[in-house]
Design a protein around this ligand. Sequence first.
Ligand code: ZN
Length: 55
Amino acid sequence: MAESRFLELKCPRCSNPQITYYKATIKVKCTECNKLLIKPTGGKAKIKAQIKNII
Ligand SMILES: [Zn+2]
């Protein structure tokens, strides 16, 4: 997953679904409970949530 795209994620803590822009350098937090869902790790992001869909 090198290119940027939109992901539909489900938060592992509060189960809140959210559509987020995926990019290797962008940190994404859950809008409900503030849990870190996508963690940038120098060139490749680590996704810590369940991926429901790639849009
Ligand atoms: Zn959450």
